[in-house]
Design a protein around this ligand. Structure first.
Ligand code: NDP
Ligand code: MG
Length: 376
């Protein structure tokens, strides 16, 4: 079996390689065809030495040149063209663990090349879900979710179909600000401290704003072909129930497990098989009660995403691009926490929606929004 891992130096990428090593110890024979990183060539170099891929892509061109000097024996691609080239190479599964907008085109290209995709980059679906799901259907390829909630839904679905679903409960930890009403002065350091998961910086901020949960509503609509009205958010701060499906007869199936992304990653790679591992197990002695709560309405992430999903077309893409920019500015301390929502609202209010959009339309939209003149 051959797998390529895009974004191999990130939180999901590193855990994916760990899962692959574990699967190889348990009877699998997975060969890594390609890896990619943006800038972190020192970690990528270690991964190359360990997994011996046929080629790699370093998106940052100067870092790619640096690596070429260190490792002359391996094919090193660069830029978005390099990523697309890897996405098109035939493999059994491409894991897309790139963060943000730049993950979208590799997902699309992988599907056009008839590669199955294990998808962590949820932005792909928010930006171009309609096109990606159509193309997957047309090419008969599978897109398997890595996101824990969607993996939970997939695992709960068993042999049932969309018609059997009454509603979905997407569980949410609530992020670090679930109990905080006044968000004007929250700091970057507080926002980065996720209570239950250890993740990359961007998704940590998306969890603090609840934009992440809003994205996941859209992701669920795409994966399971559901209207957003059927996707409910339930705060479950313990992060042990990863989501639940309520069927039309009123019965509910939930998926539980420790807060460990290696579990949904492994499931995406072995789907629908279960394979032994020695990752930590859930200890019921430490939790005798499951707690639920409503989302904090001062965190506007879910509301803004629901508005964008209702409008449809390119509006979710506009929101996602605006969010990428706003989070980057918040991480650089150019934006305060609430400026993230302000900027998204500003972009959404100026956006002329294209209902039947193309990939070129969303690429162009990215340029437009990047070049907006906006003063905080
Ligand atoms: P990280 O920031 O930890 O890693 C991102 C990866 O993408 C790194 O390999 C990084 O390279 C690479 N990268 C960054 N920018 C670019 C770019 N412009 N072009 C190409 N590659 C780039 O992110 P996470 O692993 O946390 O998240 C990855 C995706 O998975 C996100 O979409 C996130 O929403 C989703 N996800 C993450 C979860 C988690 O637990 N972390 C859970 C569920 C979903 P470099 O290291 O060189 O910067
Ligand atoms: Mg999630």
């Amino acid at each position: 079996m051959q797998i390529s891992v895009l974004g191999s130096t990130g939180s999901i990428g590193v855990q994916t390689l760990e899962v692959i090593e574990n699967l190889n110890r348990n009877g699998y024979n997975i060969k890594i065809k390609a890896l990619s990183a943006n800038k972190n060539i020192s970690l990528l170099q270690k991964q190359i030495e360990k997994f011996n891929p046929e080629c790699v892509c370093v998106c940052d061109v100067s870092k790619a040149n640096e690596l070429k000097n260190i490792l002359p024996g391996i094919q090193i691609l660069s830029g978005n063209e390099g990523l697309i080239c890897i996405a098109r190479q035939k493999v059994n599964i491409i894991v897309n663990a790139i963060v943000g907008f730049d993950g979208m085109l590799p997902t699309f290209e992988a599907i056009c090349a008839k590669n199955d995709v294990a998808l962590a980059n949820k932005e792909s679906l928010v930006i171009a879900g309609q096109l990606i799901m159509q193309e997957a259907k047309k090419n008969n390829v599978r897109i398997i979710p890595i996101d824990s909630e969607h993996s939970a839904i997939l695992q709960s679905m068993q042999e049932y179909t969309t018609d059997d679903i009454e509603k979905i409960y997407l569980t949410a930890s609530g992020g670090p600000f679930h109990k905080i009403k006044n968000l004007a002065n929250v700091t970057l350091e507080q926002a980065l401290k996720h209570p239950t998961w250890s993740m990359g910086q961007k998704i940590s901020i998306d969890s603090a704003t609840m934009i992440n949960k809003g994205f996941e509503i859209f992701e669920a609509c795409c994966f399971f072909d559901l209207p957003q009205e059927k996707v409910n958010v339930l705060v479950h701060a313990q992060s042990l129930i990863h989501s639940m499906v309520q069927f039309k007869d009123g019965c509910i199936i939930a998926q539980l497990g420790p807060s460990d992304m290696r579990l949904p990653i492994q499931y995406a790679l072995t789907y629908p098989k279960r394979v032994k591992n020695d990752f930590k197990r859930l200890d019921f002695n430490l939790c005798n009660l499951f707690e639920f709560d409503k989302p904090n309405e001062s965190l506007l992430g879910i509301e803004l995403c629901r508005q964008a999903i209702n409008i449809g077309g390119t509006m979710p893409a506009a929101l996602c691009i605006a969010n990428d920019i706003a989070v980057r500015k918040f991480l650089n301390k150019e934006f305060a926490f609430l400026d993230i929502y302000k900027f998204i609202k500003y972009v959404m209010s100026r956006h002329d929606v294209i209902l039947n959009y193309s990939i070129e339309d969303v690429l162009e939209l990215k340029n437009q929004i990047e070049n907006l003149n906006y003063e905080v």
